[in-house]
Design a protein around this ligand. Sequence first.
Ligand code: BES
Ligand code: MG
Ligand code: ZN
Length: 520
Amino acid sequence: PHHRHIPSLSLLAVRILKRALLWTYISATILRGLVLGVYEKQSDNDGIHLTEAAAAFDRSISGKLSEMLSISGPPLKKGKSRIFYGLHQDFPSAVVVGLGKSGTCVCGKENWNNCKENIRAAVSVGCRQLQDLEVAHVEVDPCGDGQSAAEGAVLGLFEYDELKTKKKVRVTTQPYGSVDSAAWQKGVLYGDGQNLARQLMEAPANHITPTVFANSIEQKLSPFAHKVAVHKRPQSWIESEQMGAFLSVSKGSEEPPIFLELHYKGSLDSAQPPLVLVGKGITFDSGGISLKPSSGMDAMRADMGGAATVCSAIVTAAALKLPINIIGLAPLCENMPSGKANKPGDVVRAKNGKTIQIDNTDAEGRLILADALCYAHSFKPRAIINAATLTGAIDVALGSAAAGVFTNSDWLWERLHKASIVTGDRVWRMPLFQHYTKQITESALADLNNIGKYSRSGGACTAAAFLREFVTADHWAHLDIAGVMTNKDEVPYLRKGMSGRPTRTLVEFAAVRTSRDLRV
Ligand code: BES
Ligand code: MG
Ligand code: ZN
């Protein structure tokens, strides 16, 4: 019979102690990382220009950081980084990232705030590097602007890997050093809001159906139930509202449509006219009978980007406890070819009685929005803003630099524009000339045609002119977000994939709308 070696009791105790020590060592050191910022030199004989937090860190290790920075290579350029190991016992890995030049922030030519964009980009780079090293907890230099730093961290770390077995390390972040924690927290909420939109857009269309979309938003709003009402209007309701244009699109699919209606009552004055946000919610756009080419069609799972961004903006407004009333409307359905689908040349009747000849079933966004815009007016809104991945033409015009804004209101334009300078998620004004209206009102069979008669020319503008036929409000803006729907590498602090743009701009717009401004 063989005897296994039985260790003595004291030996066992030592082993356990070693384990415990190793574990404390791992949890206290190995898994913690630090991201610090450094500015570019203003002049050649300038020394290293650390942020306030980085300078404090440097002092705590008696100048070791600035010493290492100067001996390890040339000064860090904007967005470039260097990792130092073992500088500080609490932070075995510290990433230093270039913030570009300090100084003038708002750039008139670029229509955004350089400093904020640089912070978002730098922090995202640092956080991602630490994530790749499987560092699970990261402390972040607020770089003098806790909100932008938090946005950079939260947006930069997002990855849609829910459906993969192998997932990226979940990183928790917190600000390093003394900070304005309210600003950091605000940045986290702004970032989380955009990430919610990204997640909904990125998710496959067989996972996010109209029903699942509505349930997800309802669930996200459940912590704010005392200030929020959610209505998931079924097909029977849509029929009773005579939304013939919306129904004509949804009937081509086996998936039941939903008209999602959100009420956020943030104002103490319940009679305060609401801001109404309307979002295109096509959970998959195959084009219908005017079928799209198969290459790249998978991206059309994000054709609910309008609904995703406006609903996420409302979730964020509720989390921020913004003191205004907001109503969110999202017609949700699929655009599919089938025996029941719209056929080119079909004529349908919208909620306001206007008849529409559907010459191209792929111009479906404007059909579902027509009815939603009519319905929006029943809330006597202060303003209506709709967001829609409406046309490939806006991508031709602006690419991913900015969302196209078509508006009948200078007041609204000014405020959207200002909000976008702060967020860096830009907007650019586009025309609503009668010139375009003529091209969609000359229909052989009906009041309107759903495509312009010179089909490709000014495609984003004729689409906007079409929507305008369903608007009587004085302050309406249509955001065509098809060009900003995806990110390749243009926005440095977003990974490749669906962008969730322009959620933060919508939130910022609502946040700046103090109750004073929104009162008539
Ligand atoms: N969802 C598309 C627009 C789109 C294209 C969004 C690319 C994101 C990326 C929309 O429903 C559509 O198909 N529009 C047509 C309109 C045309 C038929 C007048 C388009 O842009 O080609
Ligand atoms: Mg389409
Ligand atoms: Zn579409």
